[in-house]
Design a protein around this ligand. Sequence first.
Ligand code: NAD
Ligand code: MN
Length: 496
Amino acid sequence: MPKSPARTKANPARELVFGDLWEYDPAPETADPKLKPRYDLFINGSFVPPRAGKYFATINPAHETKIADIALADASDVDAACKSAHKAFTNVWGKMPGKERGKYLYRIARLLQDHAREFAIAETLDGGKPIKESRDFDIPMAAAHFFYHAGWADKLEHLAPGRQIAPHGVVGQVIPWNFPLLMLAWKIAPALAVGNCVVLKPAETTSITALKFGEICQEAGLPNGVVTIVSGAGETGAAVIQHPLTTKVAFTGSTEVGKSIMRSLAGTDKKLTMELGGKAANIVFDDAPLDQAVEGIVNGIFFNQGHVCCAGSRLLVQESIAEIVLAKLKRRIAVLRVGDPMDKNTDLGAINSRKQLTKITELVKSGVAEGAEKYDTGCKLPAKGFFFRPTIFTNVSMSHRIAREEIFGPVLSILTFRTPEEAVEKANNTPYGLSAGVWTDKGSRILQMSTLLKAGVVWANTYNKFDPTSPFGGYKESGFGREGGKQGLLDYLSVG
Ligand code: NAD
Ligand code: MN
């Protein structure tokens, strides 16, 4: 019998499951992502080297090998970027009829579809997520955001009937590394639809698809300066948000950096939206369809290696079914395939960076030290690259760090509850409030829970479902403002 990767010394007694009997052949994605060895800044419609001539390497986290050099923009590059964006806003984009702006957005959406395979591979190489996720989720959803907002561009009078609306001008946008192109689409599509121009800074570990998006803007014939991409680290992001010409700032990232941005902008009249961290409760009641719930738990925490702001990282399960849910969950995660992100059969790819791997490892250690019980699948991990096994913790109490802090990795903390009131109390007992999940057979309970849970998004009998028409955003320390839908568009306008 082929050896079972999921059986280890640590876990010799695990019962045999279907996956043990079969080995998959490798199924690598092999198409050419058309990468360049060096990426310059996308300013005023062209790729230009950074003024100080500095570059940094971006690596493939699955192999720890360098992929390309990425331009490091300093304050003078950001200044040039903001000036070109402002010129484009004043002379072209801000004045253009919505119907014409919409045509460009449609063109971008279609070009993203045309280049979907290339973008999916680039995303997976640079960020470590499984190819099946970049191929089936990130890139199609990014295109969907452009299609949806293209449709709004000539219908803006329906956003706030009877009121005067106007774009802000130049919008400074800073995004994280977990959904690089998708977060770019969430930011750029609504901003452009209503007539703003944007200066966007991608995250330092995942700049490639943002810079490839510059090529899409060129191919779409987008007027120069409407979209500007300045790569770099935190300092570049700070220069974008501080620049006097960015009258609106949209940030997605950690609560810590979000707070420091808010402090630095206090007293200015810049408009702000913040999409920050989360520690979502995924709540399973005893009347839930358990096999479906287990799929939802797995998707909630292991999708994108758990690098998901709305990940269902706290499982709240009703005490009477806790044992059976745990048993089913262990069986299910034993067949998750962890490894080469470019393999089409891979479920969990690489952790995005060594820094993130260190953070996950440290928090998992704290869970053990504080007395929670750790279980992982024991699966074999690639010798090189940044990987982490699907991990679950039982005996977790609300005071443990693993129950309070965002781990942003494939680590689930399981807590139990007896009554719906206790579930709500525990779910809301967090500084965050981005999302939640409810699993139950009763419609009335879904409605009641979604009213009582302090979370921007509440999924019922499903998890991690997204749609451009549906506003997404947080309560409390998860941020403010919405992305998607009508609400998301309004955050890019001033309404008089
Ligand atoms: P991060 O806050 O470290 O970085 C986010 C971005 O901000 C990066 O581009 C970074 O270069 C930039 N940045 C860092 N310091 C800055 C500064 N002082 N001024 C301006 N920009 C600065 O977060 P991360 O580790 O890249 O991403 C993970 C975090 O993002 C998690 O906390 C996650 O929950 C959050 N996130 C939230 C959402 C959401 O929609 N709410 C979506 C995705 C990720
Ligand atoms: Mn990278």
